[in-house]
Ligand binder design. Structure first.
Ligand SMILES: [Zn+2]
Length: 142
């Protein structure tokens, strides 16, 4: 029987079960110990494919996602406030805010004066709250 001789011998083992931190492809035991990503390779267009760089780029993304979430959240509250104003007018009670899922703590910004008047700023609206009367004046800021 003819022996299949390959030189240099190219065999890889995966006993250490290392995986690329980006794409999860197995990393051969023959790769150096510190390797945590696929080796850098060049694709058919000579563009570098590098899992380490790719992952770094993905890790930048949460910032953008966070920003988008914040905008979506504010749009949500804007719509809730709009619906509340249409139903109840520009002066409402804490119970009304609660009924419309409007949480003052979700405001973009807030200001508390010495006499305890809290102004919370949402996209398009600000709400001026009197904690003693539990009344809230809603202002449309456009
Ligand atoms: Zn990879």
């Amino acid at each position: 029987m003819k022996k299949n001789l390959e030189f240099p011998p190219r065999y890889f083992t995966y006993l250490k079960k290392r995986e690329c931190r980006n794409c999860g492809k197995p990393i051969a035991d023959q790769e150096h110990a510190g390797r945590t990503y696929c080796p850098k390779i060049y694709d058919e267009y000579d563009k570098v494919v590098d899992c380490k760089t790719t992952l770094a780029r993905i890790n930048d993304q949460p910032d953008r996602d966070l920003h988008r979430n914040l905008i979506n959240e504010q749009k949500f509250f804007s719509n809730r406030i709009k619906a509340l104003v249409e139903k109840k007018g520009l002066e409402v009670y804490t119970d009304d805010l609660t009924a419309y899922d409007i949480k003052l703590s979700n405001a973009v910004n807030m200001n508390l004066t010495r006499d305890g008047i809290l102004t919370t700023y949402f996209f398009n609206y600000s709400i001026i709250s009197n904690p003693i009367t539990n009344k809230h004046k809603i202002q449309y800021n456009g």
